[in-house]
Design a protein around this ligand. Sequence first.
Ligand SMILES: CC(C)(COP(=O)(O)OP(=O)(O)OC[C@H]1O[C@@H](n2cnc3c(N)ncnc32)[C@H](O)[C@@H]1OP(=O)(O)O)[C@@H](O)C(=O)NCCC(=O)NCCS
Length: 165
Amino acid sequence: MKKQEKSLTMTVLMTPDMANFSGNVHGGSLLKLLDQVAYACAAKYCKNYVVTAALDQVFFKQQVHVGELVTFFAHVNHVGRSSMEIGVKVVAEDLRTDIKRHTTSCYFTMVAIDEQGKSIEVPRLQLETEAEKKHYAEAEVRKKFRQESLEKNRALSVELSEDEL
Ligand SMILES: CC(C)(COP(=O)(O)OP(=O)(O)OC[C@H]1O[C@@H](n2cnc3c(N)ncnc32)[C@H](O)[C@@H]1OP(=O)(O)O)[C@@H](O)C(=O)NCCC(=O)NCCS
């Protein structure tokens, strides 16, 4: 059986064009890179085009500085019929001191789609290690929470009239 490609690592140097008004890296710049790495990890795993369906609450624990080398560790934690949960851990490294800091972790839900934009089945996830089994079980709980939260939001949502937009 062919070995599944479940992990992907991407390293990017934080350059001045990524800075916000305080001179640190803009949250939006990091979000774009997070989305790219989640896309690449999911597409590489399922060998198909994927879209971002959801991103769990992202908490930027620490600021990322211009000049730091940031590594994004992405892994396929869970696979449903067409969706994949991709966990991404972000580590920023100060190149002068070698000090590494874990700045963010987050979870993307990526969905494989066909040319008509319809969700399509992805390969089942082969759980080979105890760590993978643990990640899978945890992701399953998060998927349940996500579905519950979606249902609650649907129940709460009211159509906004044009003058409220
Ligand atoms: C993601 C998308 C394909 C899902 O379409 P859909 O009609 O809900 O499709 P399905 O009902 O077949 O669901 C497909 C999967 O997506 C999951 N899903 C759908 N909406 C979701 C959400 N809001 N959060 C998490 N997962 C979601 C479903 O649980 C299902 O998972 P499973 O197949 O593993 O069980 C569709 O909403 C879409 O194209 N969205 C736009 C994506 C995009 O443009 N992203 C980039 C802009 S930020």
